[in-house]
Design a protein. Structure first.
Length: 320
């Protein structure tokens, strides 16, 4: 506030003036405001003294506005309306923030796991607003550590001591290839040796998928040292659809559900799984809504895994 007059004014005085002006009576205005008439009279007197003009003409039967009072009344009403609207807006914004849940998540989980879970959670807690922030495994951990996400859903990246990793799901790493490829038409189970010598495409080194396949024991060199390296799953799908290469990816990340020209087949000897975990910062408690959504996901782990055939996706032991 820029002037001494403004610093001395109060909302109580504005309310008193508007109430008397609307009621045309001190007694009725005092009743509406649930204050004593002497207290109301004092507020009006102080209001007029601060402003420096008479706002009300008092008679034995009624109270009327002076010319200055008539000029001030709509402005005073607007001030009170603006204050109330501002307070309500701030309250709504604060409540909206309390109901927000920011989840950092792998793109494959964002597409294939969370939408049905979000619909189910919305039925139980309709006021909740879930925001998905997709990223790779390293990015998910960074978002949680920096407070940009309430919790994450990701494969393990760094085993950071500042984070808690809660087992959730695991999905089997398998072959993804064009449906015309000879391996896609085989009826017998496939092993990793089937990929030996085939042109292979892999994900970039800063992804969890790349780290998983490179660390796998007994995998052919065509998988651990692929001929092509891409940054996105879209680029990987394009290479495979063109027939340039095959790849090995976790079941949830396999793009076959979007492209009928592609086929996912389980691989064994060895059987390799990607472990998906719920990632929480140790030093930052979750809001009640975020905690409820995390616990809801844990309770839905077995139902989620049941949607995928041939046990390619399984609930972790403590995941629900």
């Amino acid at each position: 506030m820029k002037t001494k007059i403004a610093r001395n004014l109060s909302l109580k005085q504005f309310r008193a003036f508007v109430a008397v002006a609307r009621c045309g009576s001190f007694s009725r205005a005092a009743q509406n405001l649930a204050v004593s008439q002497p207290a109301l009279t004092l507020s009006i007197q102080q209001f007029e003294e601060i402003i420096g003009v008479s706002l009300l003409k008092r008679t034995t039967r009624s109270v009327e506005l002076t010319a200055q009072g008539q000029e001030l009344l709509p402005k005073a009403e607007k001030i009170l309306d603006d204050v109330e609207a501002s307070v309500l807006s701030v309250r709504a914004s604060a409540q909206d923030q309390l109901n927000q849940v920011r989840v950092a998540v792998l793109p494959s989980a964002a597409v294939r796991i969370l939408p049905p879970a979000m619909r189910g959670f919305a039925a139980e807690m309709p006021q909740a607003k879930i925001h998905l922030q997709d990223d790779n495994a390293r990015g998910v951990e960074a978002q949680v550590l920096e407070g940009r996400a309430d919790f994450g859903l990701s494969s393990s990246w760094s085993d950071d001591p500042r984070l808690t990793y809660l087992p959730f799901l695991r999905d089997q790493v398998g072959l993804i290839c064009r449906n015309t490829q000879e391996l896609a038409r085989r009826t017998e189970p496939l092993t990793w040796d089937c990929l030996d010598g085939l042109p292979s495409a892999g994900m970039a080194e800063d992804t969890g998928v790349s780290r998983l396949t490179k660390a796998g024991e007994g995998l052919p060199a065509s998988v651990t040292s692929p001929d092509f390296t891409v940054l996105t799953m879209a680029a990987l799908a394009g290479l495979i659809e063109s027939g340039e290469a095959v790849s090995a990816v976790p079941a949830l990340a396999a793009p076959d559900y979007l492209n009928p020209a592609l086929v996912y087949r389980s691989l064994s000897a060895p059987t390799l799984y990607r472990e998906l975990q719920l990632v929480v910062a140790k030093d930052r408690p979750l809001s009640s809504v975020a905690q409820s959504f995390l616990e809801y996901l844990q309770g839905q782990a077995r139902q989620i895994s049941a949607r995928f055939p041939n046990r390619t996706v399984e609930a972790s032991v403590t995941g629900g």
